[in-house]
Write a protein that binds this ligand. Structure first.
Ligand SMILES: Cc1cc2nc3c(=O)[nH]c(=O)nc-3n(C[C@H](O)[C@H](O)[C@H](O)COP(=O)(O)OP(=O)(O)OC[C@H]3O[C@@H](n4cnc5c(N)ncnc54)[C@H](O)[C@@H]3O)c2cc1C
Length: 463
């Protein structure tokens, strides 16, 4: 007897429960975007699925694998390279927002978290008991642990403490056909086999769906101190960064703002930053009271000897004001022009003194307003080209300028991305960075986990 083939979405609803599979046009449209600031290839998905437990994820992958339905995983949708954007109307978005539980193991200093946990929630909970989860993307108040792992997210204090990858001890994930893999354990040393845990970190949803992760916690540093250094020459910035980083002091953050970044933030919400300066550095050290006081003095001494003006925040209010100014850069740039291409290239630190002026030359060549800021201690710079969205000619100039920025980063043995990932917007440049042999290997790894190319197809590597 031949039965009538059931609609795949009906199969999903039956298997998971109707309230977990939403096919309303409103939801489908809402979940077809992420925070990517430039237009990307995008489709309205056939459904948005909200798993609540690992079994839901297994069932949905089993069905999608049988029915050849593309799967687009999503955390909070704060990604900046189109990673969570669905690109096939037959596909489903899988939003992990209902899988938001976590359990702290204080004695082992680990936490086991579901992917939909908001990073700030986890950080607040562990800090209440004297522990610390350092990865601090600026989006930490809404982005999720799943999204942070999938993007290998980082932030200012990753200079000292390392990016998300350093804190992922193990993962559980659902890969091809609904198979479950579990890697790693709540242990600090583990050299058994290939490191699949780390392979999953930064895989941007292309290898499978993460359902849980064991994360390392460390003791919370008791105190911190912040210094503000003001520069009249861009070349001096690179030299100052190298001098600080080779002095024996290990700052917990070393952030850079160029001339236009300072002006943008002062025009947005004044914080008392020097508007006539060429650039500034925010330098934070943390640790015990005595170590902090010794280290911030060393930093001040190094900079003063170089002829750079430096002041140390004397109270928490001043410290907060400085870091709020740094965090306000995103919205401040939004006030300058309607369009923005924000890249996050990385240079080896020693080339910064040369590279910073070269970035300015690129902006001049294409007659564009460029704002540069970022985590200069680890060579990671946010290069922003601003343009008028209604002016296609200016937008094209910005796109050409970005190509040159990536070429510059790679010519200095840097990277096309230190934080935001490849997603849709940087696929072309990934080939430049890896070369054909390396790129083939990436493609082979992708197909081993996902031979039908159903997990986040079209992102990162083209198969
Ligand atoms: C204002 C702002 C500031 C930002 N600042 C920073 C910053 O300082 N540092 C930084 O690194 N990034 C930053 N970002 C980028 C973004 O917040 C990070 O990439 C973040 O990690 C994305 O998390 P999310 O939960 O929003 O994930 P989403 O954007 O929803 O998804 C990101 C990727 O993860 C995949 N994914 C999500 N959940 C899963 C899962 N369970 N299994 C498999 N794949 C999954 C998605 O498919 C996608 O490829 C910023 C973004 C904004 C808007």
């Amino acid at each position: 007897m031949f039965g009538i083939k059931k609609d795949p979405l009906e199969r999903l609803k039956t298997a998971l429960g109707g309230d977990k599979v939403d096919t309303s046009i409103v939801q489908r449209k809402l979940y077809s975007y992420d925070a990517t600031p430039i237009p990307v290839e995008r489709s309205v998905p056939s459904a948005v699925v909200f798993p609540e437990k690992e079994e839901d994820v297994i069932k949905l992958v089993e069905i999608c694998y049988e029915e050849n339905i593309p799967i687009f995983p999503r955390g909070a949708g704060s990604g900046l390279t189109g990673g969570a954007v669905p690109t096939d109307e037959r596909g489903i978005v899988v939003s992990f927002e209902r899988m938001n539980r976590f359990e702290i193991d204080k004695d082992n200093a680990t936490v086991t978290a579901q992917p939909g946990v908001v990073t700030a929630d986890l950080q607040e909970a562990v800090e209440r008991i004297g522990l610390f989860y350092p990865p601090d993307p600026s989006s930490f108040k809404y982005s999720t642990i799943g999204g942070n792992i999938a993007e290998n997210a980082g932030g200012p204090r990753c200079l000292k403490y390392g990016v998300t990858r350093e804190y992922v001890l193990g993962i559980k994930a659902v890969i091809k056909e609904g198979k479950v893999i579990q890697t790693g354990n709540p242990i600090l040393k583990d050299v058994a086999g290939y490191d699949i845990t780390k392979l999953f970190v930064g895989s941007e949803g292309t290898l499978g769906l993460l359902t849980s992760a064991v994360l390392k916690l460390i003791p919370k540093p008791p105190t911190r101190s912040t210094a503000l250094a003001v520069f009249n020459s861009l070349e001096d910035v690179g030299k100052a960064v190298t001098s600080i980083m080779t002095s024996g002091v290990f700052p917990s953050a070393l952030e850079f703002m160029d001339r236009d970044a300072i002006r943008a933030v002062e025009n947005y919400k004044p914080a008392g930053l020097p508007k006539d300066a060429e650039a500034l550095l925010l330098i934070e050290v943390d640790g015990t009271e005595s170590a902090v006081s010794q280290q911030i003095s060393m930093v001040s001494e190094i900079l003063t000897k170089m002829g750079i003006s430096v002041s140390v925040a004397q109270d928490e209010a001043t410290t907060q004001k400085l870091w709020t100014a740094r965090k306000n850069l995103g919205p401040a740039l939004g006030n300058l022009k309607t369009g923005k291409i924000n890249e996050d290239i990385v240079f080896p630190r020693t080339y910064l003194a040369e590279a910073l002026p070269k970035l300015r030359e690129i902006a001049k060549k294409y007659d564009l307003l460029m704002v540069v800021f970022g985590h200069i201690g680890d060579g990671n710079l946010h290069v922003n080209f601003l343009y008028d969205k209604a002016n296609r000619e200016e937008e094209e100039r910005a796109e050409r300028a970005v190509d040159e920025v990536f070429e510059l980063a790679l010519s200095y043995h840097g990277s096309i991305t230190g934080e935001h990932g490849v997603g849709l917007t940087k696929r072309k440049f990934l080939r430049w960075q890896f070369g054909e042999a390396g790129y083939d290997l990436l493609r082979g790894i992708k197909l081993l986990f996902d031979p039908k190319n159903l997990f986040n197809p079209g992102k990162v590597v083209e198969v």
